[in-house]
Design a protein around this ligand. Structure first.
Ligand code: TRP
Ligand code: SF4
Length: 397
């Protein structure tokens, strides 16, 4: 599994509940790669790059504070692995311009970020850079939020086109059928799963069939790629199509009631210190109808309530909702249990971050090790890509 994030500096609770918390949970179930997409930051922020290094470090500290474990997951920076750029270049040769122009974020972002000149080659190509980020590791899953689904979709299309162009071979079908027989007792199950996928697009069948191929003992590599490709079509799977693992993202309001976002300046930092968190929450916007303590309120019109739903359980909330509607409690009474929860969370993050804040060399060491591990996988993919494209193999260093 692989996912990435642009380096925006210190993360806030919206980022945590939107993506990071999910990564932390997933890392124990999957072999995971998490990377900082620093080149992606340049696609919209090329004019001032002075903060880039700081932003990378701050964000990685937040990942570790949140519980990403570098002993379990591979954590690295995109620009440390030049294979992403090489694959991006090669994929650009076979990607129709129209595919990129039609990605919804292309026009949307140009309109939203009017103050920037985004009529650049790099900005148009950024979904393809993302495709290269993904495909160079050949992951099964890419956990992302709704806003990134279109990018994984184009990644699947690009992979399909690449495999079609460079994974064809004479007599593919005959060779694939011969490889099926090498599966021995699993051959029948494979054939059945393949049929199920081809007839009805059944994704579970696809994953199960891939699993059989991945774990079949003693299969030559070339046959493994043939069988992986044969599940879906009639070419060798050089770059398998990844699946979206859609992340559920709860509504996390900022202090002014709008969506929590750095650009609105309404955030609570992931490892902000307790006093500051408590102070911010005490003055956070509530139901505007509750001006005085004696005014009744409506939790459904209150941004604090949306935070409650992220942090507290039904049993805690029920009496508070009643107290709000009857003006039996004040907003500070309502906020206190929330403050306690959030402070406990940010405090724990603050403590886990401390050793890295004190000794930034530890971050550099984690990222260096992560890049080295990532490159082993990325180099293997590129060796195969170069081979099928008839490019010269890499020169031994
Ligand atoms: N485009 C993503 C974002 O803006 C970040 C990203 C870059 C990414 N490459 C990726 C996410 C590969 C998942 C997989 O948030
Ligand atoms: Fe919001 Fe709670 Fe105040 Fe009601 S009592 S307005 S839910 S903060």
């Amino acid at each position: 599994m692989l996912s990435g994030m642009r380096p925006t500096g210190q993360l806030h609770l919206g980022n945590y509940h939107g993506a990071l918390k999910n990564w932390v949970a997933l890392q124990h179930g999957y072999e995971s790669y998490f990377f900082v997409a620093d080149w992606h930051a340049l696609t919209t922020g090329y004019e001032d790059t002075s903060k880039l290094q700081d932003h990378v470090r701050e964000m990685v500290i937040d990942w570790l504070a949140a519980g990403i474990d570098p002993a379990v997951s591979t954590v690295f920076v995109q620009s440390h692995v030049p294979e992403h750029a090489e694959l991006h270049l090669l994929l650009s040769m076979v990607t129709p311009l129209g595919w990129l122009e039609r990605v919804p974020t292309y026009k949307d972002q140009q309109e939203q970020l009017k103050e920037k000149d985004l009529a650049t080659y790099g900005f148009l190509g950024y979904p393809l850079l993302q495709s290269a980020d993904i495909l160079v590791y050949r992951p099964e899953f890419v956990p992302v939020g709704e806003d990134q689904v279109a990018h994984v979709e184009i990644t699947r299309e690009v992979a399909r086109r690449f495999n079609h162009l460079f994974g064809s071979e004479p007599d593919f079908k005959k060779k694939a059928e011969a490889a099926v027989r090498l599966l021995g007792p699993q051959a029948g199950v494979y054939a059945q799963l393949r049929r199920r996928f081809q007839e009805s697009g059944d994704q579970t069948a696809l994953l199960e069939a891939r699993d059989i191929v991945r774990h079949a003992p003693g299969l030559p590599d070339a046959d493994r790629r043939r069988l992986a490709g044969y599940i879906e079509g009639l070419s060798v799977s050089i770059l398998p199509e990844p699946q979206v693992l859609l992340t559920h993202t709860p509504k996390v309001p900022g202090l002014d009631g709008r969506k929590m976002s750095k650009s609105y300046g309404n955030t609570i930092g992931l490892r902000e210190d307790p006093d500051s968190v408590a102070k911010k929450l005490r003055t956070m916007q509530t139901d505007p109808a509750r001006v005085r303590r004696t005014d009744v309120g409506d939790p459904d019109k209150c941004p604090v309530w949306d935070l409650h739903k992220v942090y507290t359980d039904e049993a805690t909330r029920a009496p508070l909702a009643a107290g709000c509607r009857s003006a039996g409690i004040g907003c500070l009474d309502c906020k206190q249990p929330l403050i306690d929860r959030i402070v406990a969370e940010t405090q724990a993050m603050h403590e886990r971050a401390a050793p890295y804040v004190q000794d930034p060399a530890r971050i550099d060491a984690i990222l260096a090790e992560g890049a080295e591990k990532a490159r082993v996988t990325a180099r293997a993919t590129m060796a195969e890509v170069r081979q099928v494209m008839n490019l010269a193999p890499a020169v031994k260093a």
